[in-house]
Write a protein that binds this ligand. Structure first.
Ligand SMILES: *Cc1c(COP(=O)(O)O)cnc(C)c1O
Length: 429
């Protein structure tokens, strides 16, 4: 490890030396020693079109020669207006008021602050949120507060605001109890909302897939039930689509797949195709309108130095264009994964196989406790490069989340190399 670099989510003492990457092209990354690996996780879920995409790099380069940045209060620029327009067009209903920030965590912070102030602007004091066990919304304090309490947030627990947590109705292939699980969660939420009717600012969740919490997947039907409850009790529904956005679930957005319109949606990771940090929090008209006032107390006093950076916006416009052209492939990827994953069905140690669009996940049976600290993760991280793969399990949960440009043959290579790795190093049977 370089003596001056401190890596994220990395134990300084016990982790392996980082792999030094020199270049990327499509799904491939080239390592300093000349070896190549397939990026099976789109580099923390951002590189939806693969690495070094020529159209996105050209868009950034063209923009950099015109205008690299400008203040976004009282000034604006074409790339920001273009991204906002394309997003408003792609998102369902009247989700069309686009607030820019820099990353997924800030997109969530903005959503939480907007939700609280929305009620305040209407003369109501609603400050509480309902969130989900297993949720991950980012690493800033508000985002951590809305996330499930884990070892990541343990040290800071005294500083996190209270949130009411309910279970996430996770499901997988062959799960028969899913309907009951969903009903129990909905019942719990209805109870919370009935017990304190004017206290909840909103309900926040990762729709269809909880990412960092272990690639837990729920059904579209659950989101529909949740939406119904949300309407009955008039609270705000916030979808954190930082990971599920931009095609991951097989449709452009999880909310589109479930045919549910949230009041606020957070988008980041795939927004610029993995080129630059940029995020948005998009609100419906009824929220925006409560901020449309001469009263300074009703203004949303929030922003960042790099808000709506033109380079990021240019990258986003280019990435969204590629996304639209990839729609058919994105929709077809689930069946490719289902086909290739069938080779794992014979192993008893492989359980809870689950698919959602472009993502596949499963858990490995081990003699250690399930969860993020399960040592399976380190064994795989240690050996995956030797098998030509970049994989980063969440404890004993293994998942694949490749760039959409991966061909069927490349996916075949990924599955056969993964099978070899699991047989050789973890002796699955
Ligand atoms: C990654 C992630 C975040 C945080 O985004 P950052 O850009 O890492 O701050 C928030 N929510 C979800 C669902 C995520 O997957």
């Amino acid at each position: 490890m370089h003596p001056n670099v401190w890596h994220p989510f990395t134990s300084i003492k016990s982790s392996l030396d980082p792999v030094k990457v020199t270049s990327g092209d499509g799904i491939m990354l080239t390592i300093e020693d000349g070896r190549e690996v397939i990026d099976c996780i789109s580099s923390w879920w951002v590189n939806i079109h693969g690495h070094s995409h020529p159209e996105i790099s050209k868009a950034i380069s063209d923009q950099a020669q015109k205008l690299e940045h400008v203040i976004f209060s009282n000034f604006t620029h074409q790339p920001a207006e273009d991204v906002a327009e394309v997003l408003a067009d792609l998102l369902p209903g009247d989700l069309n008021r686009v607030f820019f920030s820099d990353n997924g965590s800030t997109a969530v912070e903005v959503a939480l602050k907007v939700a609280i102030q929305y009620w305040q602007n209407r003369g109501e004091k609603r400050q509480k949120f309902i969130a989900f066990e297993g949720a991950y919304h980012g690493d800033t304090f508000g985002a951590m507060s809305a996330g499930s309490r884990t070892i990541f947030s343990d040290v800071f627990s005294n500083h996190l605001f209270d949130v009411d947590f309910v279970d996430y109705p996770s499901t997988w292939e062959g799960d028969k109890s899913v309907g009951d699980k969903e009903d129990a969660v909905i019942e719990k939420i209805e109870q919370l909302l009935t017990d304190s009717p004017d206290q909840y600012a909103g309900i926040i969740l990762e729709p269809l897939i909880q990412g960092a919490g272990g690639m837990n997947m729920c059904r579209e039907e659950f989101l529909q039930k949740l939406h119904w409850v949300n309407r009955q009790y008039d609270t705000l529904l916030i979808f954190d689509e930082v990971m599920t956005g931009f095609g991951r679930t097989g449709e452009f957005f999880a909310c589109k797949k479930a045919q549910v319109q949230p009041d606020i949606i957070c988008l980041a990771k795939g927004l610029t195709g993995g080129f630059l940090p940029l995020s948005v929090t998009v609100c419906s008209d009824r929220i925006y309108e409560t901020f449309n006032s001469d009263d300074p107390l009703k203004t949303f006093w929030h922003g960042h130095s790099y808000t709506a950076n033109p380079l990021g916006c240019a990258a986003a416009v280019a990435s969204l264009k590629i996304l639209k052209n990839s729609e058919k492939r994105i929709q077809s990827l689930e069946s490719v994964h289902r086909d290739k994953m069938s080779r794992f069905e014979k192993y008893n140690d492989v359980k809870n196989i689950r698919f959602k669009g472009t993502i596949v996940a499963f858990d490995l049976e081990t003699d250690q406790a399930d969860g993020y600290l399960n040592p399976v993760s380190n064994t795989i991280k240690k050996h995956c490069v030797d098998y030509g793969l970049l994989i980063r399990p969440l404890g004993n949960t293994i998942y694949l989340m490749l760039p959409y440009c991966a061909t069927d043959e490349e996916l075949e290579t990924v599955y056969s190399q993964l099978e070899k790795l699991l047989l050789d190093k973890l002796s699955i049977s």
